[in-house]
Design a protein around this ligand. Structure first.
Ligand SMILES: CN1c2c(nc(N)[nH]c2=O)NC[C@@H]1CNc1ccc(C(=O)N[C@@H](CCC(=O)N[C@@H](CCC(=O)N[C@@H](CCC(=O)O)C(=O)O)C(=O)O)C(=O)O)cc1
Ligand SMILES: N[C@@H](CCS)C(=O)O
Ligand SMILES: [Zn+2]
Length: 749
């Protein structure tokens, strides 16, 4: 056994709130997918998981105190469901592992838990279903095992669990719960189970235990805050409460008054907590972790600034340690895996492993305080800035929707309820292998392009055969809908191995947006034009919007997000113009991350909505009235961005609606959204083939809500993760459903 022990620091104790858990080379992803496909048994999967955990501890051993339990086979919220024994009956199977994956992914017998965005990140968690009858019980096996693993190595280990308040606030009522039930009503029943979990850990020698309460970084009601106080009074000593997604704000005095031993502060996004603490009467015995190393971005820390914040905290308390601002889950593992990054960029970056060293350096009073190098002057591009400054008057479409709609209908006549898809068709292993071969230099450009064009032709033929009305080229040439654009724009770098978990085994490599953005050449026109040359039906141009490009990249921190978004928007505006000039009648600009970047706190939201929607309009407003702009959003929970969706001023919005049973349509109506909607009638996140009759019923609901002239028929997201075996029958059903509803409408007219 490896018996690494941590090296005691000369200064303050160094730790981190959590660590990447997919493995430096996505080892866990490969093991999971092998297990799901039947190639690796449960024991083999557990062995691979143990090896990933061991690698995490190898890295974390650099610290004085090591967080444990932040590993997960799929998702840490699902782990908490298991830890409190709250699995829904429909997910219970013969083994714990089978139950776990039934809840995570669904199977023939049961739909999975819903998946949704984790705060303002690109990580997705599984939403616990809690009802009045959910019988909680403590199941400490995972947390204890992982704690003991670290302890047996001689490490000073600190178990981490998702706290009870956040667990219930992130949950949704189970299907059979009464209408007035809220999972939070069950807090008093859940807390004793946490008491047992903590007792099991203490029994194995745990001291301080970290309870993550990220929900306390959002606005909370008085009643919720009162409950927080009661819970933390009851959970007792040696508890460290961590937030990680901004300031605790009004929760901060509540936690202090409840007498929690320690609080982990996010001093990157939540620096206002520091000022709040300076104004409060805080016991000098309170333990604080100064989260001065950014867990959400990849820039090297400003060590002087970190040390200065630390000093401020030391004026408040005698017990201070140093940490990351959030879990390091959101950054890639190791910068040293990147050989191709420009030198001036490389030396300004820090991934998880490097961040551990930064934490250590800040904790050590004699540690090096070497400054991050200045950004080179040629990272700024005066021409982009001048163009943006001159653009103000041009950032909106000049003609209002009703006139545009008439011009567009004349240019592209379509039946009622036009059928279309969201853009991507299945990314087969064969496509990805061709891309990997191309990247490694084993396939020349011409062959790669020919292979992708053959795929476009096949996708067009599929759609013609299915009888869809508005076609797509299928996006086979895109590794990812953000990375593909980042690879072609200046100002972005892409990584070779900078993988970050998005959900379960799925990962993304967020590009790094480090300098002013410009478009060197058209990025998509050739593909769209080629697809259009193969068919008489209209083919949509397909772009990713500025907000989503920002949300799914690591973004420069030296200027407001709004300014960066405008630069990306300007590059897209040129692409839109080129697509239009090439004869493209319909251009879709996807903004699935519009909701994701919405600030966690309500006070900052109006400003966000303004810049986010303006950047979309900069990208799209250059076209003539007869050119139709579509947009697409997914990941439900649109409530807070409904006004923003209306402010995008698109001609057609396709939107995830199948899970919310079309409720979003009434919301759009209330927000004065008057253009057309494609409410997703097929939930593509599930492998189930939807029944044509169910899709027809959904379309009828949409027609009732909006009128027949405003409804499009489409799935609720792209088809890249689905297989053709599911796609063909599902789209056949979709076309049949639209035809059936059209016929009914014609009869009743
Ligand atoms: C729509 N979603 C997206 C989000 N964020 C993005 N940046 N992009 C998105 O599409 N956030 C919200 C959702 C999240 N959903 C998903 C869905 C699916 C994935 C996914 O499948 N990810 C893939 C990786 C995708 C990718 O980059 N593919 C590349 C590289 C493929 C690869 O792994 N290559 C191997 C080499 C293969 C070989 O040698 O044989 C390698 O590099 O090691 C490509 O297609 O070229 C995943 O596998 O996890 C993510 C988010
Ligand atoms: N056009 C993209 C949008 C995904 S959100 C796709 O179809 O995959
Ligand atoms: Zn989508």
């Amino acid at each position: 056994m490896n018996t690494t022990t941590s090296v005691p620091s000369k200064g303050l104790k160094a730790t981190a709130l959590g660590y990447p858990r997919i493995g430096p080379n996505r080892e866990l992803k490969r093991a999971l997918e092998a297990h799901w496909s039947g190639r690796l048994d449960a024991a083999g999967l557990q062995e691979a998981a143990a090896s990933v955990r061991s690698g995490m501890l190898d890295d974390l051993a650099l610290l004085d105190t090591v967080p444990t339990g932040t590993f997960s086979l799929y998702d840490h919220v699902l782990d908490t469901v298991v830890a409190v024994d709250a699995l829904a009956p429909r997910h219970r199977r013969e083994t714990e592992l089978a139950s776990y994956f039934a809840a995570a992914r669904g199977d023939d017998a049961a739909v999975p838990l819903e998946m949704t965005k984790w705060f303002d990140t690109n990580y997705h968690y599984l939403v616990p279903e809690i009802g009045p009858e959910t019988a909680f019980a403590a199941k400490p096996a995972k947390t204890v095992t992982e704690f003991v693993e670290a302890k047996e190595r001689g490490l000073d280990a600190r178990p981490v669990l998702l706290g009870p308040v956040s667990f219930l606030l992130l949950a949704k009522p189970s299907e059979d719960a009464p209408a007035d039930f809220s999972p939070f009503d069950r807090l008093d029943d859940l807390v004793p189970v946490y008491v047992e979990l903590l007792a099991a850990l203490r029994h194995h020698g745990a001291g301080r235990i970290q309870l993550d309460e990220p929900a306390l970084c959002a606005d909370r009601t008085e009643a919720e805050l009162a409950a927080v106080a009661a819970v933390y009074r009851r959970l007792g000593a040696e508890i460290l409460v961590a937030g990680g997604y901004g300031p605790f704000g009004e929760s901060l005095p509540v936690l202090l008054e409840a007498g929690v031993e320690g609080i982990a502060l996010d001093l990157v996004r939540g620096r206002s907590d520091l000022e709040a603490l300076e104004a409060l009467d805080v016991s000098r015995e309170t333990f604080f972790l100064a989260g001065v190393v950014d867990g959400r971005n990849i820039w090297r820390a400003d060590l002087e600034k970190g040390a200065a914040d630390l000093a401020r905290l030391q004026r408040i308390s005698d017990r201070v340690g140093v940490s990351s601002s959030s879990s390091l889950l959101h950054v890639p593992v190791d910068l040293d895996a990147e050989q191709e990054l420009p030198e001036a960029l490389f030396e300004r970056l820090s991934f998880a492993r490097q961040k551990l060293r930064e934490i250590k350096a800040i904790a050590d009073p004699e540690g090096s305080r070497e400054a991050r190098p200045e950004a080179p002057a040629d990272w700024r591009d005066a021409s982009v800035r001048e163009r943006l400054a001159a653009l103000d008057a041009d950032a909106d479409r000049r003609v209002p929707y009703p006139e545009r709609q008439a011009a567009q209908a004349e240019r592209v006549p379509l039946p009622p309820l036009p059928t279309t898809t969201i853009g991507s068709f299945p990314q087969t292993a064969e496509l990805r292998n061709a891309r990997a071969a191309h990247r490694r230099g084993l396939m020349i450009d011409a062959d790669y392009k020919a292979r992708m064009k053959a795929e476009v032709a096949a996708v067009i033929a599929e759609q013609e055969k299915l009888g869809l009305d508005v076609l797509v080229h299928g996006e086979p040439e895109r590794n990812d809908m953000v990375q593909y654009f980042a690879e072609q724009l200046t100002g972005f770098a892409t990584t070779a191995a900078g993988w970050v978990q998005s959900y379960g085994s799925r990962c993304v490599r967020p590009p790094i947006l480090y300098a002013d953005v410009t478009r060197q050449a058209p990025m998509t026109v050739e593909w769209t034009s080629y697809a259009q040359s193969l068919t008489e039906k209209p083919v949509k141009g397909m772009l990713t919007g500025p907000v989503t490009i920002l949300a799914w990249s690591f973004v420069r921190d030296d200027q407001p997000l709004a300014d960066t978004a405008d630069q990306v928007a300007l590059a897209l505006r040129d692409e839109v113009a080129d697509l239009e000039a090439a004869g493209t009648a319909i251009i879709q600009v996807d903004e699935p991350a519009l909701r994701e970047l919405l600030p966690v706190r309500a006070a900052s939201r109006a400003a966000y909505r303004d810049w986010a929607t303006r950047s979309f309009r900069i990208a799209t407003s250059g076209v003539r009235p007869e050119t139709s702009i579509h947009t697409h959003l997914c990941y439900s929970e649109f409530g807070e961005v409904i006004d923003a969706i209306a402010a995008l001023d698109a001609d057609v919005t396709s939107i995830e609606a199948s899970r919310s049973k079309m409720e979003v349509l009434a919301d759009l109506d209330r927000a004065n959204y008057r253009s057309a909607v494609g409410p997703g009638v097929w939930d593509i996140h599930s492998p189930r083939v939807p029944a044509a009759e169910d899709m027809a019923e959904a379309l009828r609901l949409a027609v009732d809500a909006l009128g027949p002239e405003r409804v499009w028929a489409n799935p609720d997201c792209g088809l890249k993760t689905r297989r053709y075996e599911e796609v063909r029958p599902s789209l056949e059903g979709l076309v049949a459903a639209a035809r059936a509803v059209r016929e009914q409408l014609a009869k009743s007219a």
